[in-house]
Ligand binder design. Structure first.
Ligand SMILES: *[C@@H]1O[C@H](CO)[C@@H](O)[C@H](O)[C@H]1NC(C)=O
Ligand SMILES: *[C@@H]1O[C@H](CO)[C@@H](O)[C@H](O)[C@H]1NC(C)=O
Ligand SMILES: *[C@@H]1O[C@H](CO)[C@@H](O)[C@H](O)[C@H]1NC(C)=O
Length: 288
């Protein structure tokens, strides 16, 4: 083996070791993972999430782990953060600990690495988050605390599910909100006697970048839609908050709001029409 080839193979092995691969699927449509959307229908984000007019900076990912689809991601390769993650909350049958696994990258977002100087142009890598100057860390969109089991929890540790989130916000009010909606869903969201809610969580791109590569979102938002078996009705609830640091002693409350208000807010921010859940999470009235 000549020296050059040898160095290249060593580099390849090192690279493979430092970036565990997610074995997901980057696709043209959400068809294969439509189960993660209410009524099997992805949100409407006019001009951005439409198969015919979608521009190249946006990628559809059906997140697969251990040969099973676990959630869905709409990813922006220019900002190197997801637009949203879609998942099903189904409660937790057996408790599990927060996984301690290496962060995965998505090989299909980037062409095979033959130019070693420019790997992963289309996504964030773990090293991007080592920059501590911005006081952000890795914020899950699909939180591992909402996963049904350990395998699903592991699947959330892919960087395509992550945005730079202010550390104190991630550990503070956002974390409390994740627990709060979990309690609400456990209490009310039953479909055929099983816990079920469809959840969408996303980030609105901001003006600054982490490590000069990864967009630091200005806001995070989340919404769920489920059948409320107590109230016998389809219900939704939404939250959003600016991605800013917070003071432990001054408890920040997250803006809890209606689906309608969140959609108006997102439409304003993204400057396009946004509809998160089919028919706004309401079963159609039938006239007969
Ligand atoms: C999930 O991650 C844990 C590490 O926290 C590991 O021990 C376990 O084997 C993983 N499970 C699966 C099914 O991948
Ligand atoms: C479900 O319905 C009950 C009874 O109407 C109501 O008190 C509760 O707030 C509802 N839950 C949600 C999440 O809307
Ligand atoms: C919630 O959002 C509304 C509408 O944008 C805004 O008027 C209000 O100040 C926000 N409240 C909080 C606590 O962020």
């Amino acid at each position: 083996m000549n020296m050059h080839l040898f160095i290249m193979s060593v580099l390849t092995v090192l690279l493979a070791m430092s970036f565990p691969f997610a074995i997901s699927e980057v696709l043209e449509a959400f068809t294969k993972c439509k189960e993660f959307f209410y009524k099997g229908q992805p949100p409407v984000i006019s001009g951005i999430l439409e198969t015919h007019s979608r521009n190249n900076h946006y990628k559809i990912i059906c997140q697969k782990y251990h040969k099973m689809y676990k959630f869905a991601t709409f990813y922006n390769t220019e900002n190197r953060i997801p637009v949203f993650a879609a998942y099903k909350y189904t409660g937790q049958s057996t408790p599990f600990k927060r996984p301690r696994i290496p962060w995965m990258v998505e090989p299909q977002l980037d062409p095979p690495v033959d130019d070693m100087t420019l790997p992963y142009a289309n996504q964030a890598i773990s090293e991007d988050y080592n920059n501590i100057r911005d006081h952000v860390n890795r914020g899950h969109l699909f939180p591992c605390g909402h996963a049904a089991d350990e395998v699903t929890a592991n699947s959330t540790f892919t960087l395509t599910n992550i945005v730079p989130q202010k550390i104190s916000f991630n550990a503070g009010s956002w974390n409390r909100m994740e627990k709060e909606i979990k309690d609400i869903m456990n209490k009310y969201c039953y479909d055929n006697n099983e816990v079920l809610a469809h959840v969408l969580t996303g980030a609105i791109p901001g003006k600054s970048k982490l490590n000069e590569r990864v967009n630091i979102p200005s806001y995070l938002w989340t919404a769920f839609c489920c059948y409320n078996s107590t109230g016998n009705a389809w219900v939704s609830q939404a939250y959003w908050a600016p991605n800013v640091g917070e003071d432990k002693n001054k408890v920040k409350t997250i803006n809890k709001t209606s689906l309608q208000e969140l959609q108006e807010f997102l439409s304003q921010q993204l400057m396009t029409k946004v509809q998160l859940f089919n028919n706004n999470c309401a079963k159609k009235h039938t006239t007969n």
